[in-house]
Design a protein around this ligand. Structure first.
Ligand code: ADP
Ligand code: MG
Length: 251
């Protein structure tokens, strides 16, 4: 479970303070597939970076599986990420000088994962790229490169996958393919997925939709409680925002 309580992010901008995220309340239960949409500059990547522990909030508290990451030092954060969190970016971030297979294998070897070789093979197979194992990133299409990046993000079998516009560099067909792969992973492994996307059609394929604007959550399809939450007295316990959802087959 991902929990954010009164999380804000401010940065200094010259002599002024710029508020990127206003007091934000968000809970994402295990196994949920959430999309976050919003215009450029609305704070989506900042929010994802905070959940990943790559950045720290100015105030407020973030818990991952009940553990506060807000007070953790870099080493503990790195350990938590290694254990629980996989991240996928828009620009793939593959190492160009090694093959698809090695891009998945090498981080596992560095992390000392047992049976790394075997696992890398399975992960490549999961994303349908066994035949491309020994190709270099430059020899793969954008969609294939992103599939390698997703396989790599799953090397540590994370319970949470964070994806920041993973389809942003892909055409709509390949974008949809990546989304279907993520849905499949979410079903098979019960991974919690947080997907930032510009693409409304792709966002519609997820079970919960959160919209950000100017650093605020302006809608949340799973809560419908946003206004009640705003108007309630300050020390009300966190409002449950996760009504059980009908997870229909949208594929
Ligand atoms: P999104 O991913 O929705 O496009 P971001 O989270 O990247 O938005 O950024 C939100 C806003 O915060 C933008 O206006 C951006 O310019 C600003 N911003 C992000 N990081 C910093 C930073 N380190 N310093 C100053 N401004 C920042
Ligand atoms: Mg962004």
């Amino acid at each position: 479970m991902i929990e954010l309580y009164k999380v804000t992010k401010q940065v200094a901008s010259g002599s002024e303070t710029l508020t990127i995220l206003h007091e934000l309340e968000l809970q994402i239960p295990d196994g949920q597939f959430v999309s976050i949409v919003g215009p450029s500059g609305s704070g989506k990547s900042t929010l994802l970076g905070l959940i990943a522990g790559l950045d720290s909030p100015t105030s407020g508290k973030i818990l991952i599986d009940g553990q506060s990451i807000t007070a953790m030092n870099e080493d503990d954060l790195a350990e938590l990420r290694g254990e629980k969190i996989g991240i996928v970016f828009q620009s793939f971030h593959l190492i160009p000088s090694i093959t698809a297979f090695e891009n998945i294998l090498v981080p596992m070897e560095i992390a000392g994962i047992k049976d790394a070789h075997q696992r890398a093979e399975t992960l490549l197979e999961d994303v349908g790229l066994t035949a491309r194992a020994h190709h270099y990133p430059s020899q793969l299409s954008g969609g294939e490169q992103q599939r390698v990046a997703i396989a790599r993000a799953f090397a540590n079998n994370p319970s949470i996958l964070l994806a920041d516009e993973p389809t942003g560099n892909l055409d709509s067909k390949n974008g949809r393919h990546i989304l279907e792969l993520m849905i499949e992973i979410n079903r098979k492994r019960k991974t919690t997925l947080v997907l930032i996307t510009h693409d409304k059609e792709l966002a519609a394929m997820t079970e919960r939709h959160i919209a950000l604007r100017d650093g605020r959550i302006v809608s949340d399809s799973a809560s419908g409680l946003l206004h009640q939450e705003r108007n309630s007295s300050a020390d009300v316990e966190v409002v449950s925002v996760h009504e059980p959802l009908a997870v229909e087959d949208r594929l």
